[in-house]
Design a protein around this ligand. Sequence first.
Ligand SMILES: [Zn+2]
Length: 302
Amino acid sequence: MALLPLLFIASHLATAAEPAKEAAPAENTALVEQCVTSLKALPGKSDEAELHSACEQVKVLDGCKSVQGTPIFYFEKKGTAKNPKHIFAKSLIHGDETTAGVVAREWMVRLNKIDPRNTWRVIPIANPDGTKAKTRYNANGVDLNRNFPTGNWEKDAIAYWKKNAHSDKRRYPGPSAASEVETKCLMSQFDDFKPDFIISVHTPLGVLDLDGPKIKPPNFKPLPWQSLGNFPGSLGRYMWKDRNVPVLTIELKQDQDLEKFDQLQDISGTIAIQADQLKPKKPAPPSSKTAATNSGESAANN
Ligand SMILES: [Zn+2]
């Protein structure tokens, strides 16, 4: 008998509370929609329901938007190991490497269904404007993988671009170190997530390349183990040479067999654990703010 008045109060409260709550779910719906639409547009087929379920988990860090205002979303899944390694994976920092985005999409969908050893954070589309326009660079014409504030940026980035890249506009490092909002977004991601290991997925060279300690090369026939080196302003240089965080570059072939991504993810997780054990023990890397100051100082001193 006392139930009816209670139900009335509950429903009345729910109605009263509704307007205040509306903003957040509406924004979230737009983000889920953006995630599903942008990832579905990549090659290969993804199970629609599974993709939707993974996209419902994505978030955006404060300030993580492209030049044209598109949110740069991420997916995270906690690891079950006692001391899980923090693995950060990102693709489509070069917007024309669409196959690379498929790897991150499939890893996201898979992580949403399994209990991984390691804690994973995945950014499938690090350069949304370039991905939309199918250009390597962002909307300002900057190659984001030459725009990280590496210790040698001021001294070498522009000179290297002119001499070694023959002023190729696809490889322009930008007007200054970390000039681009997408670069700053990745830097704030590193500050927030504190990765032990980074995976950067590209095309089309068909190799696995580790900027990190010497490890026993994995046996993954589709992509042989090969060192590609790193460049002023590149992620490998910024995180491994300057900050002691190993970076695995996965260079897919253009026509990569899209079936072995699960195996590639497991191999990458094992490399992350090995690399973490073998890397020199140094103090924790500085935050991006300190690093930016340091690189400025070193340029002034040089
Ligand atoms: Zn690339």
